[in-house]
Write a protein that binds this ligand. Structure first.
Ligand SMILES: Nc1ncnc2c1ncn2[C@@H]1O[C@H](COP(=O)(O)OP(=O)(O)OP(=O)(O)O)[C@@H](O)[C@H]1O
Ligand SMILES: [Mg+2]
Length: 494
């Protein structure tokens, strides 16, 4: 790791066990690192406070006096970007969670394998150097200027913006096509917001998500007793949306019978509730979207030709993300600024290497996939920038794509087999069958993909489990030195 042009990295080993300090220092100095030692948490904290802070700290979790977790908090308070690797003989969930929560870079189990400790030190220092190298980062856009939520300045997107502008002045029906995740709904909302109907409702109906036997009642409402379960009169979306704009998403999935009724709304501006006889006038603008090939459906007679022409007065084709790679940096900055505003992460930058990987990817899931990737990567990032290591494995990073393939209803005991083989992300503990750090990475990535705050959830879940397992495990405070208890089982040395 150290090279001739820079000073050797400085390391600090904090452990109250002289034997551990000695052996770890020997291993680390064999690579040219300059290693200092501290015999207690208090001493270690004092060294950091006095400065200059070391490049990397190895910190024992269980020590007499100040515990490792406590020391970690003091150290990070004194030197917020301090790289710290915790060491422990016990892989309890509580310690692992606390360690990551208070900003440890990683977590290593005793007894050490020297090669792995060196690998981990190198990995940590490299990540740190990469973070510093990102340096001054100039975001390509300011998210505040994009209240529409539609980001992109590529020529194909400029065309889209022009057409949006043209169709807002009238009530013309617009068909928006494009692959999944390209922003079809965003465009529909933007047309509505800029139209004279902006003060009236915008209602999106996903035709693919509503069963055929319910869609008519959903759209047009029903009269009491019109079918089993119709216990009262109900207004449909068209009536609720009077004066506004209805967005018929996935219109290619609409049954032929319903298509006929949509045609009637378009031609006569009238609807009839299910089970009703009265024709009700509605003033609703229709926007529609699909990622299906409607022309082919018309040929196959699964989509009404007359409705096709009625809907297709103006067509907006949303370009796939791979057709407008030049927009990717802007979308990345937009996502990061939004995440920061929602206080979901503190990441504000992307390293040039990570951005290059993002530009190289094919983005089958388009902007939605890019958004998801940025969120996941920002959550696992350990500094203020996304590095290549933080990207999912398919983009060259160290994180599995589990969140994209999360089994929806996996039976509980099947959790481990349902997970794909995890990539090796932590060299120090890679030889264990399910290394803890990797498991944590995976849990972290999966939870973060759900959009829920990760820490409260984990704390709650792990505390429950720890309490069930035994009082020692549930105790956040480390056991005093020499204390007896279940947690000491399997303790290799100390
Ligand atoms: N140009 C863009 N700039 C910023 N965010 C975008 C852009 N396009 C899409 N998004 C975001 O990507 C996600 C998917 O967009 P949207 O739901 O509009 O896509 P869609 O084409 O309707 O997808 P689907 O076909 O799956 O319904 C949303 O979170 C949206 O905010
Ligand atoms: Mg959509």
């Amino acid at each position: 790791m150290p090279d001739a042009t820079t000073r050797p990295p400085t390391l600090l080993v904090i452990d109250d066990d002289a034997e551990i300090r000695y052996s770890l220092s020997r291993v680390l100095s064999s690579r040219g690192y300059q290693v200092a030692e501290a015999a207690s948490g208090e001493e270690g904290v004092a060294v950091v406070r006095k400065g200059p802070p070391p490049d990397l700290i190895f910190l024992d979790v269980r020590m007499g006096g100040m515990s490792g977790i406590e020391a970690l908090q003091h150290i990070r308070a004194a030197s917020p970007r301090q790289l710290v690797i915790l060491m422990t003989a016990f892989g309890t969930a509580q310690t692992a969670i606390e360690a990551m929560k208070f900003g440890a870079f990683d977590y290593v189990m005793k007894p050490f394998d020297p090669a792995k400790v060196l690998g981990l030190a190198q990995h940590a220092l490299k990540a740190h150097a990469d973070l510093r190298a990102v340096g001054d980062y100039r975001p390509t856009i300011n998210a505040d200027d994009y209240r529409e939520g539609i980001v992109g300045s590529s020529p194909v997107m400029q065309e889209v913006f022009k057409v949006i502008g043209q169709v807002t002045a009238s009530d013309v029906t617009v068909m928006i096509t494009g692959e999944s995740g390209t922003g079809k709904e965003l465009v529909a909302r933007s047309i509505w917001k800029h139209s004279h109907r902006a003060t009236r409702p915008f209602i999106a109906v996903n035709c693919a998500a509503i069963p055929d036997n319910l869609i008519e009642s959903e759209l047009f409402g029903h009269e009491k007793g019109s079918f089993t379960g119709a216990t009262g009169q109900r207004l449909g979306k068209f009536e609720l949306c009077d004066g506004g704009t209805i967005f018929l998403d996935e219109i290619g999935d609409m049954a032929l019978a319903t298509q006929t009724k949509i045609l009637r709304v378009l031609q006569q501006g009238e609807i009839q509730r299910v089970g009703g006889t009265e024709m009700i006038r509605v003033d609703v603008r229709i926007l529609a979207a699909t990622n299906k090939n409607l022309e082919a459906m018309v040929r196959d007679k699964t989509f009404r030709e007359d409705l096709y022409y009625r809907l297709n007065v103006v067509r907006i084709r949303m370009p796939a993300l791979r057709e407008r790679g030049e927009d990717i940096p802007q979308i990345v900055d937009f996502c990061l600024q939004n995440l920061a505003r929602q206080r979901k992460t503190r990441v504000s930058k992307v390293s040039p290497e990570a951005l290059a990987q993002l530009l190289r990817h094919g983005w089958p899931g388009n902007v939605r996939e890019l958004e998801n990737t940025i969120y996941r990567s920002a959550v696992v990032a350990q500094g203020d920038a996304i590095l290549v290591k933080d990207l999912p494995a398919e983009l060259g990073g160290g994180h599995s794509s589990a969140p994209f393939t999360l089994p929806s209803a996996a039976p509980k005991p099947a959790l481990a087999p349902a997970l794909p083989a995890p990539p090796v992300s932590s060299p120090a503990i890679a030889s264990a069958p399910r290394p803890l750090a990797e498991l944590l990475d995976e849990i972290f990535a999966r939870l973060s993909a759900t959009g829920e705050p990760v820490l409260p959830f984990l704390e709650r879940e792990m505390t429950t489990r720890a309490r069930q397992a035994g009082p020692e495990l549930a105790d956040a405070a480390p056991a005093p030195r020499g204390a007896k208890g279940g947690a000491k089982r399997g303790r290799a040395r100390r």
